[in-house]
Design a protein around this ligand. Structure first.
Ligand code: ADP
Length: 362
């Protein structure tokens, strides 16, 4: 008698896919199992069909089946392992799977091509601004290499708390927030790369006890490193917002960030230009870095332009003192700019459904 399919599945279930950390049966990679006499053929789906993982999987599968056949005292003849390519992008795959955060309606990543453009500031403005409009909002500081939320949200005196193995988010300024900066010494996170960064981000995102949320805003590290990839593989994103400054020299970096999200299958919800212009006390506007570069880039790349945020010293002070709501007290031009970006995001994100991926949203 040949090995039963249930025994074969059990054998294959001992093989771990290093990409997802799940066994290949749970990860849905076993597409077909056929037996003919004592010959067995197995079809496995891999992200890249020509991946060097093929050799490794073939060896592991043969080994697992032969071990099981000895245990069951069944003879096994030829074992053929074939591979097919899973052509879906990272985030499309996640959207087809179970959502690890079912309480959250929309998850929006905030990214930037490089540091210092005001990505964390914009993420905070979006989170607090959406909450001011009556939404339930969470803010996840995924910038694990340089978390700025402990300062920007004034969490220095707050104690981190856990309940039943879950981290409790900090409830501040009308939002729920979580940051790695309150869990480990900031200097330690700086050296994390690859699997450690993935696992730290994974824990932060999925082991925080978020309430029912309309929006979870995720502040990512700048650039195109490990964390955006982890995020795209982990959570079904509604899309990403890219923050840039007006200078032409900054645009190449922003373009790279846009391309990265598109490759991961994450829709680009739009671009925000930060430090766009300066509004003096008399209401006069000064273009410091050459306003409009972001809008031109959005139009050239066929992306939504979500708006411009002026540069103002009181924004820096609000960030340093951990009082994001003070941003709305600076002047009307500033608060109108914040609200416009939030409104535009709501209208674009409203058209973007996590289960129907598109590259551009128009
Ligand atoms: P990033 O996350 O891109 O590295 P941050 O949001 O941390 O950038 O901003 C870098 C610095 O610039 C911070 O001190 C922040 O307060 C300040 N900043 C950001 N945007 C503005 C702005 N529009 N006006 C004034 N200061 C700003």
């Amino acid at each position: 008698m040949a090995l039963q399919p249930s025994n074969l599945r059990k054998a294959l279930g001992t093989i771990i896919d290093p990409e997802s950390g799940k066994d290949i049966v749970t990860a849905g990679m076993v597409k077909d199992i056929k037996t003919e006499g004592d010959a067995i053929s197995i079809e496995i789906e891999l992200i890249a069909a020509d991946s060097p993982m093929q050799t490794r999987f073939t060896e592991q599968i043969e080994q697992a089946i032969r071990t099981t056949s000895q245990e069951c005292q069944e003879h096994v003849g030829a074992i053929e392992v074939t591979f097919v390519a899973d052509t879906r992008s990272a985030n499309e795959r996640v959207r087809d799977e179970t959502n690890p955060l079912p309480n959250v309606k929309k998850i929006i990543a905030v990214g930037a091509g490089k540091g210092g453009v005001g990505k964390s500031t914009v993420a905070t403005i979006l989170a607090v601004g959406l909450a001011r409009q009556g939404n339930k909002v969470g803010l996840l500081d995924g910038d694990i290499y340089g978390p700025s939320m402990p300062t920007m949200l004034g969490l220095q005196q707050e104690e981190s708390q856990a309940e039943e193995g879950f981290l409790l988010p900090f409830k501040v300024h009308g939002i729920e927030a979580m940051t790695i900066g309150k869990l480990v010494e900031p200097d330690r996170a700086l050296i994390w790369r690859g699997p450690r960064a993935h696992s730290a981000f994974n824990q932060l995102a999925t082991q925080t006890k978020w309430g029912e949320l309309d929006y979870l805003i995720v502040d990512l590290p700048p650039g195109t490193g490990d964390v955006p990839l982890s995020l795209a593989q982990l959570l079904p994103l509604s899309g990403a917002v890219i923050v840039c400054t007006p200078q032409v020299v900054a645009q190449d970096d922003a373009r790279r960030a846009v391309r990265m999200f598109q490759q991961l299958g994450v829709p680009i919800l739009g671009l925000v230009e930060n430090m766009s212009y300066f509004v003096a006390d008399d209401g006069k506007e000064y273009d410091i870095f050459g306003r409009g570069g972001g809008e031109q880039m959005a139009s050239a790349m066929n992306l939504e332009y979500l708006g411009s945020i002026p540069i103002h010293p009181d924004m820096r002070i609000a960030a340093d003192t951990g009082e994001p709501l003070k941003n709305w007290e600076i002047n009307d031009t500033m608060s109108n700019a914040f609200d416009a970006v939030c409104n535009n995001l709501v209208s674009v994100a409203g058209n973007s459904t996590p289960d129907r991926p598109t590259l551009n949203v128009h």
